[in-house]
Design a protein around this ligand. Structure first.
Ligand SMILES: *Cc1c(COP(=O)(O)O)cnc(C)c1O
Length: 383
């Protein structure tokens, strides 16, 4: 079967070089990094090298990187840890209405623990307003979490301005960069970013590994206990093969990231153009450079996205509605309703997400099949 994998925002295939780099750390180099013998030292060295590599890609220092089990855990440690650590200074915290669930849920948890939360609204294209952010910050505000790039509609926020607004008021800023990492410039040394979440499986690395950048000196309350690994923020034996795969994937992505980004942009625009030829379709999110190079999000009025996805799947095409995490829920996506889509339109919306492995052939195949399926479903609905 012909395959077009266009669900790279849910996860990406592991590159062969990544898998090869990981293998020895399962087989021969299996030491526990905390062990003091030669196998342990070898594993610890590998872990340190991986931290160095990841740190280098975001302008951080090696000591500022903590490996986690993924983006979700890194977000939890960052948000619950920072808010907890800052509670004595103030109890107002800020995020946006279009964050990933792994950011929104910890905020809801903090709300139950007595924090006041501002969920910044976004406009039709998914941008927060700087004015709203500045107005939201008061003397009580201690922490904010704002994503650089959105997982569903690809909106790239004005991170520099956001970081400046936060740091000038002493607000600790966390950013969930799982979607933006390797696809847009991210530099914690330039921007006033205090905490930053990354993960492996969105960049052709393995699942179950992520990283949290913690600016030197940032005080986080420990969410977990039971060990000193991960600067005590993420205790437990480290996933050494995962870290090795993650670092390898990052290295490969940055080796030629300029070309990868241009290639994705071209395919993104080709797909968007092709799909917009379908009658009664409209795209969601911004256009041009303020949109993630990998993201296409389109509403096909009058058809159920789930039905389209099933029919696409039977043709070997993988896409999604909402995000993977909300795909099985009956609620419309919080992102789509936040940008003003009706419930009906939200349920008629598809996300196609690209990686640098996609080809023109896949894009054309997906375009052609989507057009056929949408028309077929509309005919059925009209009967
Ligand atoms: C995928 C994703 C996560 C969750 O990461 P996991 O490694 O799957 O836990 C968090 N935030 C964003 C923006 C994501 O795209």
């Amino acid at each position: 079967m012909k395959i077009a994998y266009l669900d790279n925002s849910a996860t990406t295939p592991v590159l062969p070089e990544v898998l090869e780099a990981m293998k020895p750390y399962y087989a021969e180099k299996y030491g526990n990094p905390s062990s003091t013998h030669f196998l342990g030292m070898e594993a610890q060295k590998a872990l340190d090298d991986c931290k160095e590599i990841i740190a280098g890609t975001i302008g951080a220092e090696r000591e500022e990187v903590v490996f986690t089990s993924g983006g979700t855990e890194a977000n939890n440690i960052a948000i619950l840890g920072a808010a907890g650590g800052l509670k004595s200074k103030g109890t107002h915290i800020i995020t946006t209405a279009i964050e990933h669930k792994s950011v929104l849920e910890p905020f809801r948890m903090l709300e139950k623990r007595g924090f006041k939360v501002t969920y910044l609204p976004v406009n039709r294209e998914g941008f927060i307003s700087m004015g709203n952010l500045e107005k939201a910050i008061t003397k009580e505000t201690v922490f904010a979490s704002i994503q650089p790039a959105n997982h569903e509609i690809g909106t790239i926020q004005e991170m520099e301005k956001i970081a400046k607004a936060c740091s000038s008021k002493g607000v600790v800023l966390h950013v969930d960069a799982c979607q933006g990492y390797t696809k847009m410039p991210i530099d914690v040394s330039k921007a006033g970013i205090d905490l930053l979440t990354l993960n492996g499986h969105k960049i052709h690395g393995p699942k179950g590994i992520g990283a949290l950048y913690v600016r030197a000196g940032a005080k986080l309350e420990n969410v977990y206990t039971g060990g000193e690994q991960g600067n005590s923020l993420r205790p437990g034996t480290e996933n050494v093969p995962g870290a090795v795969g993650f670092a390898k994937a990052a290295e490969l992505a940055f080796k030629d990231s300029g070309r990868g980004i241009i290639q994705m942009k071209n395919l993104r625009d080709r797909l968007m153009k092709g799909l917009l030829k379908i009658r009664d379709s409209r795209f969601n999110g911004p256009v041009g450079n303020r949109r993630l190079c990998s993201n296409v999000n389109i509403t096909f009025r009058g058809v159920e996205a789930e039905a389209v996805l099933m029919m696409l799947s039977s043709k070997g095409i993988c896409a999604s509605s909402g995000s993977a995490c909300t795909a099985r829920s009956v609620e419309p996506s919080n992102v789509l309703t936040s940008i003003g889509l009706s419930k009906n339109d939200a349920f008629s919306t598809l996300r196609f997400s690209l990686s640098r492995l996609n080809t023109k052939e896949e894009i054309d195949y997906a375009t052609e099949q989507t057009a056929r399926i949408v028309e077929e479903l509309r005919k059925l609905n009209a009967r």
